[in-house]
Design a protein around this ligand. Structure first.
Ligand code: ADP
Ligand code: MG
Length: 328
């Protein structure tokens, strides 16, 4: 497409300087950046999994976020979708719209992008570069043995509900950068919580291992209550969570803001998944081998909807929570 604003020569040199080199190189990319489309080979016996996520400045990250972190997060949230599907990530395309082409900003952006791409062996195989309000879309592609990817719809009554890592951290990080109220513990650990917001850890290894263990999985992008709600709806079941089991920052345990952050704030990019109870030992072994906490937080039930059980065994319904909605 012909762009009226960008001078073509500078658009091409920009792509060459900041995007064409530096991600992982893969032998299965048969046609890289430079043509009208790229070509890749999906391994025999596998299916292609494709997902796209867009980050808009001021919506998905505060305007003042560092270029490195914007790129890192844009790829991390896409990798997290691959993790939730039990897919091995392989390729990505990048559509970037930015107000101007500032060299220092672009250098930091591509460094953040390529650091994480290298860590996960992901090649950048194409994209689009345009001028306008800062918006980044990454399309991630990966593969899984045909018919074996994880889905949201398989949870069974009696399955246990697990979540990886610690939840609510990113929500507390966002409260910190927006100078909203936070538990005092967070103020003395600011860099940890802000790091959890800006550089989420995609649980790729966990997703791959769960292919043979989990009945359903999702990544926690919109808040645990909303995302587990998607598993429940797709599976036609309900769940009861034990409040005291939720893996939130220890020092926040008696703080209402921390609980809210764990259940309602998003952006943690941990995996929430369901497994039959007989797999408990396998999950414990997996947590050790991945060095990642995997916490049983409740159980799938026949009765639809999400309920919470308090420490004194009182059960109360969780108000339906839709998570962040763009057009509400
Ligand atoms: P077209 O005119 O066909 O849309 P472009 O001029 O936009 O092609 O892009 C030229 C080549 O550079 C294509 O191979 C495209 O995939 C790639 N490309 C463009 N922008 C990016 C980017 N931000 N990151 C990686 N590759 C890009
Ligand atoms: Mg183009």
């Amino acid at each position: 497409m012909v762009s009226v604003v960008f001078v073509r020569a500078s658009e091409f040199s920009l792509i060459e300087a900041y995007f064409a080199h530096g991600a992982a190189e893969r032998a299965d990319v048969t046609l890289p950046i430079g043509d009208d489309a790229a070509a890749v080979c999906v391994p025999a016996g596998h299916e292609l999994l494709v997902s796209v996520d867009t980050l808009v400045s001021g919506v998905h990250f505060p305007e003042f976020t560092a270029a490195y972190d914007i790129a890192y997060k844009a790829l991390a949230v896409n990798l997290s979708d691959m993790a939730a599907m039990g897919a091995e990530p392989a390729w990505m395309t990048l559509a970037i719209t930015m107000p101007n082409s500032e060299a220092a900003w672009l250098a930091e952006f591509s460094r953040g992008l390529f650091d994480l791409a290298q860590a996960h062996g992901v090649a950048l195989i194409g994209g689009d570069t345009t001028q306008g309000p800062l918006t980044i879309s990454i399309q991630i592609m990966g593969f899984a043995p045909t018919g074996q990817c994880l889905k949201r719809g398989g949870a069974q009554v009696g399955d246990l509900v697990y979540v990886s890592g610690q939840i609510g951290d990113a929500g507390l990080g966002l409260a910190l950068v927006q100078a909203r109220a936070v538990p005092s513990f967070c103020s003395s650990n600011q860099s940890y919580f802000i790091q959890r917001l800006n550089r989420p850890t995609p649980r790729i290894g966990l997703g791959l291992a769960l292919r043979s263990l989990a009945t359903a999985a999702i990544d926690v992008s919109d808040g645990l209550a909303a995302d587990l709600g998607h598993i429940l709806e797709r599976s036609g079941v309900g769940a009861c969570l034990n409040i005291s089991a939720l893996p939130i920052a220890k020092a926040c345990h008696d703080d209402a803001i921390a609980w809210q952050s764990a259940l309602i704030a998003g952006d943690d990019y941990e995996l929430c998944f369901t497994v039959p109870p007989q797999q408990t030992q396998m999950i414990e072994a997996l947590a050790l081998s991945l060095n990642c906490p995997l916490t049983c937080i409740g159980e799938i039930e026949f009765e639809q909807g999400l309920r919470m059980r308090s420490a004194d065994s009182q059960v109360f319904p969780m108000k339906k929570n839709k998570g962040y909605q763009h057009f509400d």
